[in-house]
Design a protein around this ligand. Structure first.
Ligand code: FPP
Length: 263
């Protein structure tokens, strides 16, 4: 059994390396956003409680972060907890918050060793004190890293973020600090929580669902979408490379026609 497992993981490694070789390093998305979905269904399929699915999902977080850094991706944003997720059973919310604390604390050294900066978007002030503390410590301890930025969307919702930006801009207009005619796309982007982060070129959602679920609605305006039936805990490096290959096979026209892009 042990030999069989080793053999299978060796085969996985060869397979993912073969897919990796097909990736064009000159056409990588700078920013990939991911809706990690299907932890609960994965756990159910394995006859385990939902929390087991979330715990198993941490391995995929690690795989994707490592694969992205190795390839030279600049930003990865993970939808880890939405404002709507508070409506889940309390035991699951508590387990997720505890898992976040454990994972952030455990991974800080690895993030530093790999020169990866941690950031968060969302209303993190409303997170439980322990989660908030671990997150702030993680952000502070990795703030000088430059290779890649890992952004966790926590207590995040796009409608919340857009409303917050609108309120800040309205306040500036009403106090006379900003003129109405100065409001443009760039100014609006600078009032979002993703300020200074380029918009994602690729969105990945696992588990077979094809919706955005209130995630980065403004920022994903021109992103390519990649939906896969794979549940998040089964999403590995090879799956991640496949998503990038799919992105590289798309023609991004930005409202123009094919001939204009090619000229
Ligand atoms: C969605 O699956 C997943 C989540 C809401 C949480 C994702 C959290 C982790 C993977 C844990 C830690 C993450 C980090 C970044 C440290 P679901 O529960 O909605 O699955 P279902 O749709 O099958 O019920």
């Amino acid at each position: 059994m042990q030999f069989y497992c080793l053999y299978v993981s060796y085969l996985d490694l060869i397979m993912s390396d073969t897919i990796k070789l097909k990736i064009d390093k000159n056409n990588l998305p700078k920013h990939i956003a991911i809706i990690m979905d299907g932890n609960g269904r994965w756990a159910k399929a394995h006859g385990k409680p939902r929390v087991f699915g979330h715990k198993s999902g941490v391995k995929s977080v690690r795989e994707v972060t490592e694969a992205a850094a190795e390839l030279g991706i600049d930003y990865i944003t993970l939808y880890a907890f939405s404002t709507e997720n508070w409506n889940r059973p309390t035991t699951e919310v508590v387990a997720l918050m505890t898992l976040l604390v454990e994972t952030i604390r455990k991974e800080i050294d690895t993030l530093n060793k790999n020169n990866i900066k941690l950031l968060a978007i969302g209303d993190i002030s409303k997170l439980p004190a322990k989660t908030h503390k671990a997150l702030i410590e993680g952000i502070e301890n990795t703030k000088n890293n430059t290779r890649m930025t890992l952004v966790l969307a926590l207590n995040y919702s796009s409608k919340w973020e857009i409303l917050e930006a609108t309120k800040k801009i309205a306040q500036k207009v009403s106090s006379g600090d900003l003129k109405l005619e100065d409001i443009d796309e760039s100014l609006f982007s600078h009032h979002l929580s993703t300020v200074n982060i380029p918009d994602p070129e690729l969105l990945i959602r696992t588990s077979g669902e094809s919706r955005l679920s209130n995630f980065l609605l403004w920022q994903l305006a021109y992103a390519e979408f990649y939906f896969t039936p794979i549940y998040w805990p089964d999403f590995d490096k090879a799956q991640f490379y496949n998503a990038i290959l799919s992105y590289q096979n798309r023609e991004r026209r930005f409202g123009m026609i094919s001939e204009q892009i090619k000229s």
